[in-house]
Design a protein around this ligand. Structure first.
Ligand SMILES: [Zn+2]
Length: 133
């Protein structure tokens, strides 16, 4: 059931329409293909880009996702009881953002795509047994 949810589709970088095909060319941490969105969904053939530079808008999303990661880091530091010094907090947040920025960029593009393409259960059912990634 979770595999059909929009949360799964965004976090695991799947196609917004069928939620099964991969959204990116490669893992976000593969630097040479960093956050390169595929031309089409390998399963349902959805064209991922509506217009040229479609994913430029994802940078607005990435700002929000970055803030969410920073706040989450701060909350974890509070729970661990080590958020006593502003410098510690700052260094921890910078370290977390530096390590997660490829994934933040990828998730932002996935969220952006999910805003414009709707899930289609009929298509998802048709491509379910398709073995292409
Ligand atoms: Zn698809």
């Amino acid at each position: 059931m979770f595999k059909k949810s929009i949360i799964y589709s965004i976090l695991f970088l799947k196609c917004p329409q069928c939620r099964q095909g991969n959204f990116l060319e490669a893992n976000p941490y593969q630097i040479s293909k960093m956050n390169k969105v595929k031309e089409r969904c390998p399963k349902c053939e959805l064209k991922y880009s509506i217009e040229p530079s479609f994913y430029t808008g994802a940078m607005y999303v990435s700002y929000g996702v970055g803030i969410a990661f920073a706040v989450a880091t701060y909350v974890i530091l509070l729970f661990l009881g080590v958020a006593d010094n502003p410098l510690t907090i700052f260094i921890a947040i910078v370290a977390v953002l530096a390590l997660t920025f490829p994934y933040i960029g990828a998730v932002s593009k996935a969220i952006w795509a999910h805003l414009f393409f709707k899930y289609n259960p009929m298509i998802a059912k048709q491509v379910k047994n398709d073995t292409r990634a």
